[in-house]
Write a protein of this length. Structure first.
Length: 74
């Protein structure tokens, strides 16, 4: 069985809070599509469990790169 690859995602809200999660690529695509076309609530399947988001309060979604880094920040 192959394990689904999860990505680090940070979701920022209008009030300034940030939620950091690890989600599968399909879940991230679903969130992106929902943000483009819907308002209301969206269930996001994360590595740790399901998170319900109020899409009207989401200010940004940042996807961290998994590229290797060279130097002191590695």
């Amino acid at each position: 069985m192959t394990e689904a690859r999860h990505q680090k995602v940070s979701i920022g809200f209008a009030g300034g809070q940030v939620l950091a999660l690890r989600v599968a690529a399909e879940a991230l695509t679903g969130l992106t599509d929902a943000l483009a076309s819907e308002r209301g609530w969206h269930e996001l399947e994360a590595e740790d469990g399901v998170v319900r988001l109020d899409l009207g309060q989401v200010a940004y979604v940042r996807v961290d790169s998994d590229e290797p880094r060279v130097g002191f920040g590695a």
